[in-house]
Design a protein around this ligand. Sequence first.
Ligand SMILES: Nc1ncnc2c1ncn2[C@@H]1O[C@H](COP(=O)(O)OP(=O)(O)OP(=O)(O)O)[C@@H](O)[C@H]1O
Ligand SMILES: [Mg+2]
Length: 285
Amino acid sequence: MQIELKDVSANYQLGPIRKQNIVNSVNLRIESGAYTALIGRTGAGKSSLLKTLNGLLLPTKGSVRVGDTIIKAPYDKEAIRKIRKQVGMAFQFPESQLFAETVEKDICFGPLNFGVPLEEAKEIAKKMIELVGLEASILSKSPFSLSGGQKRRVAIAGILAMKPSVLVLDEPGAGLDPQGKKEIMSLISTWHQQEGLTTILVTHDMEDVALYADQVILMDQGKIIKYEKTKTIFSDWDLLESWGIEMPQARRYQMKIEAETGIKLPKICLTLEELADALVSVGLV
Ligand SMILES: Nc1ncnc2c1ncn2[C@@H]1O[C@H](COP(=O)(O)OP(=O)(O)OP(=O)(O)O)[C@@H](O)[C@H]1O
Ligand SMILES: [Mg+2]
């Protein structure tokens, strides 16, 4: 589903004070089916921008469009409900997403809310819990008794159970061990491709950006600073330097090899597989 933000500003109401422009006049268009990484330093407004995509944070100015659903002031409740169904969001802190007495009830909540019969919702919950790598026996447990990594997986299962067209993930690897993180990231990537989703991933991990994202949005102070293809971002030295963005490992090796041999590889390599192919193509291995 295509996403379009036109001149969107949003902020949080803190008692009588409104924090100004946490999201600041953002114009953005994301094509259907794209996998986009959203990066930027802490406090840049990444989580807030994600929240504007599913109606959790409403634009004070401008409009958010997902498919043919538009959110803008004055707000239409039906449009907000529709956008919440279309845009599945994994929160930065999964505990703020889980609330039911049991894992099963938690995962069933979304589908039930959107009219799926109970037995079918239970079937979906069982399928999804296995998909995210957990045992079906966890369904009867309280979400609050789970480890951080299990909570993260349950939260993701709950989102996938809603069959969203847009998947919005706020640091989904946080709280997982390296293996668990790899599993979840690869599950999301497979799901993205299989279901033809439009996916937006907030992450501080440039390896994940390099591996999965077609394009990258760099944000700062509520604004979009850059929006480019992943390869373009990682070939822009000045940009990386000035924003303290780490280079993916393969690209770092590539630059070292090029400096040492004086041979320039034919393309920018973001994964070790790409680097291996490039080295073979110039006869270096
Ligand atoms: N619920 C809230 N109420 C008031 N202010 C908030 C709230 N959530 C975030 N903010 C403020 O909005 C700004 C942007 O925060 P946001 O959480 O969107 O940043 P972020 O880029 O996701 O950062 P991080 O990488 O640390 O997750 C910050 O100044 C933050 O203090
Ligand atoms: Mg955040």
